[in-house]
Design a protein around this ligand. Structure first.
Ligand SMILES: NC(=O)C1=CN([C@@H]2O[C@H](COP(=O)(O)OP(=O)(O)OC[C@H]3O[C@@H](n4cnc5c(N)ncnc54)[C@H](O)[C@@H]3O)[C@@H](O)[C@H]2O)C=CC1
Ligand SMILES: O=C(CO)COP(=O)(O)O
Length: 346
């Protein structure tokens, strides 16, 4: 579907969440727009305002003049809510999946028209995708969309080129995101397959843990390519079972993000896999990361969901076995290799 690009004027954008990705997106958009980033930790936001960088989550990436920060939720919301809809303000939720429902509960009393989320995963307790959580909390009158794709925060914050996809069932929201975010070194594609985009973004994190394990064990490039490709097959099976469109999994938010996260050493999820092979405890690995690794809770949620739906997801099951059931990386490998042969395309 054709969409217009290049905004006519700077827009008002609020980013809720001040981790690595929220900060990178805020920095990138502040070159062209008036961005206000909210974080829940008052001390941290004050330090950011003073240093003009987010030293805890994205050090060395200076804030442009167009980026302001606050720890006051009402101020952050007023930045977009006090802007006429005709000026197309943009509200972005940049927290991890586990923080999405609490954040939406904070938003619920306010009259928001739309929301874009950046998180990738399934909600732990419910097994819901982010768009389902949004619909459950805010109802379906609020236009919602996921902005996803291969995009390491460190690279986006440094202004390196990337391509993203906005997925929404709302024409208005897709148009607003494209016309606001597309430009400079960021290309934004659009599609209406929310399920496919969200499943790809969620499950690739589990596969990145698997690839980290394989690379940590020194299994070689052939094994890595096999894992990525068969990983894509299992993402696609789950995505189709949930109502996604097959072609979506071949796109930026499927294959694109899978390749990036499985092969790029900037990936936190890949580093979880590497750490497991070094014999570190999961808690230690995550604490050392200092960031969320969505593939960890996602592995549990996807294993349960796939079991419920009768979808075969052997790599995810093997990862979950190592993460939660005391399996060893070598046992994970043996379990995968010992599987019966199967038709590649079934
Ligand atoms: N870092 C990256 O390169 C990318 C990350 N993502 C996704 O974006 C999401 C966020 O990731 P990062 O920012 O990298 O994580 P991070 O670990 O760097 O930061 C998470 C931030 O979220 C905050 N947070 C947690 N719960 C919250 C809540 N209830 N309300 C408000 N803030 C809350 C934390 O205080 C922290 O500031 C994840 O789902 C991740 O998969 C997507 C694309 C790229
Ligand atoms: O989603 C990402 C890149 O697109 C970031 O992946 P990690 O969370 O594994 O760092």
């Amino acid at each position: 579907m054709p969409t217009s690009a290049s905004p006519l004027a700077p827009r008002k954008i609020t980013v809720l969440g001040a981790g690595a990705w929220g900060t990178a997106v805020a920095i990138a958009l502040a070159a062209r727009h008036e961005v206000l980033m909210w974080g829940r930790n008052g001390g941290a936001m004050q330090a950011m305002a003073h240093a003009r960088e987010n030293s805890a989550y994205l050090s060395g990436c200076a804030f442009p003049a167009g980026l302001q920060v606050t720890a006051d939720f009402d101020t952050a919301l007023a930045h977009v809510l006090d802007t006429p809809e005709a000026e197309a303000p943009l509200l972005i939720a940049a927290c991890p999946v586990a923080g999405l429902r609490p954040l939406l509960m904070q938003l619920k009393p306010h009259a928001i028209s739309h929301i874009v989320w950046l998180c990738k995963g399934f909600e732990g307790d419910t097994g819901l995708l982010p768009h389902q959580v949004v619909a459950e909390v805010l109802g379906d009158q609020v236009a919602g969309g996921a902005l996803s794709g291969p995009s390491f925060a460190q690279e986006v914050a440094r202004g390196l080129p990337c391509a993203l996809t906005v997925a929404s069932r709302s024409d208005m929201l897709r148009e607003r995101v494209v016309s606001t975010v597309h430009g400079g070194n960021i290309r934004v594609y659009s599609c209406d397959d929310l399920v496919g985009v969200e499943v790809g973004g969620a499950v690739k994190n589990v596969l990145a843990i698997a690839t980290g394990v394989a690379d940590g064990l020194g299994l070689g490039l052939n094994a890595r390519a096999a894992l990525i490709t068969r990983g894509l097959a299992e993402i696609t099976r789950l995505g189709i079972a949930l109502g996604g469109t097959p072609a979506t999994f071949m796109g930026l938010t499927g294959m694109g993000d899978l390749i990036l996260t499985c092969t790029g050493d900037l990936s936190r999820n890949r580093r979880v896999g590497l750490g497991l092979v070094q014999g570190k405890a999961l808690d230690t690995i995550v604490a050392e990361l200092g960031h969320v690794a969505e593939g960890v809770p996602c592995a549990r949620a996807v294993r349960a969901l796939a079991h419920k739906l009768g979808v075969d997801m052997p790599i995810t099951n093997a990862v979950a076995g190592v993460l939660f059931d005391g399996g060893t990386p070598k046992a994970m490998l043996a379990q995968l290799l010992a599987r019966d042969p199967r038709d590649e395309l079934s």
